[in-house]
Ligand binder design. Structure first.
Ligand code: OAD
Length: 271
């Protein structure tokens, strides 16, 4: 099948789906200027060893270095804006009866685009939490002492992200599993599918009978087979094209929208 035919087939699935589940990875934010992890040249793990910056023991050994590494990433992320890929997912959410968005990204760009109820499996760099008690803070004081002390107990603050060797949020993971098992269409966007448990979600959905669509410029690490559609390309190009094809209109400038409860697929609202 040609690329155009695949887009048409996937648009058709999208238009008729009852429950669309989506998993995103670093690739969807690449066009917002945020580096991925495993790109051979620009990827974060090409330049830094995850054992030195993204594990609890790294933080215990060198808290200042780890704090500074995340502070630098946070600055870059705060300067970034959602791109057409993020906005297209907002459009899809608005048009399908049921929608579940699961992300491995810690950048908060789905919420910034207007996506609702995003399941952030790896946390969010825009928050910090107490290293000792786990209390989460959205606002905190930066000073000369790094990491800054928890206002409650004085222990170190750390980024509210999931490090290697840590557990993922239980409720979010359960919701993601349920969505994979109950959706009829699963979109896997911009992820290398290498880090579990998120990596298994598309294949769980496939095994449960959903159609799976992989959107990625590279097919490395992606499964092939019946019921798995590969749409090669950048999320910021492919997703708006899909939305346009599915609902026969332009994806527009995507003003922030308010979803009306219980509303199914239908024409876009005028606000
Ligand atoms: P990776 O860096 O492993 O993979 C990024 C994927 O995005 C690759 O498959 C690229 O081909 C693809 N990609 C690049 N540009 C794209 C674009 N414009 N549109 C669509 N796809 C594009 O990132 P993740 O799969 O997200 O975890 O990595 C998973 C986890 O590993 C991360 O959450 C992080 C990392 O270590 C932790 O830090 C715990």
């Amino acid at each position: 099948m040609s690329s155009t035919h695949i887009v048409e087939a996937v648009a058709d699935l999208l238009r008729h789906a009852d429950h669309v589940a989506v998993l995103t990875g670093a690739g969807i934010s690449a066009e917002s200027g945020i580096p991925t992890f495993r790109d051979a040249l620009s990827g974060l793990w090409a330049q830094f060893d995850p054992d030195e910056v993204a594990t609890p023991s790294a933080f215990e050994r060198r808290p200042e270095l780890v704090w500074d590494w995340y502070a630098e990433r946070r600055l870059r992320i705060l300067e970034a804006a959602p791109n057409p890929g993020h906005h297209a997912l907002v459009e899809i959410e608005r048009r399908v009866p049921r929608f579940t968005l699961v992300t491995q990204n810690i950048d908060g760009l789905h919420a910034a685009a207007g996506s609702r109820a995003v399941i952030e499996l790896h946390g969010n760099i825009r928050r910090v939490k107490c290293w000792r008690e786990g209390t989460v803070f959205e606002v905190w004081q930066e000073g000369d002492v790094r990491p800054p002390p928890c206002p409650g107990c004085g222990a170190w603050l750390r980024p509210d992200v999931v490090w290697f060797g840590e557990l993922l949020p239980e409720e979010g993971l359960r919701t993601a599993w349920d969505a994979a098992e109950s959706c009829d269409l699963f979109l896997s966007i911009g992820t290398s599918n290498l880090v579990e448990p998120a990596a298994s979600l598309p294949w769980m959905a496939h095994d449960a009978g959903a159609a799976v669509v992989v959107i990625n410029p590279s097919d490395e690490g992606q499964r092939r087979g019946r019921g798995i559609h590969f749409l090669p390309g950048r999320a910021g190009d492919v997703l708006p094209a899909l939305v346009a094809k599915a609902w026969h209109d332009e994806p527009s400038a995507f003003p922030p929208f308010r979803r009306e409860r219980g509303r199914g697929a239908g024409p876009p609202s005028s606000n």
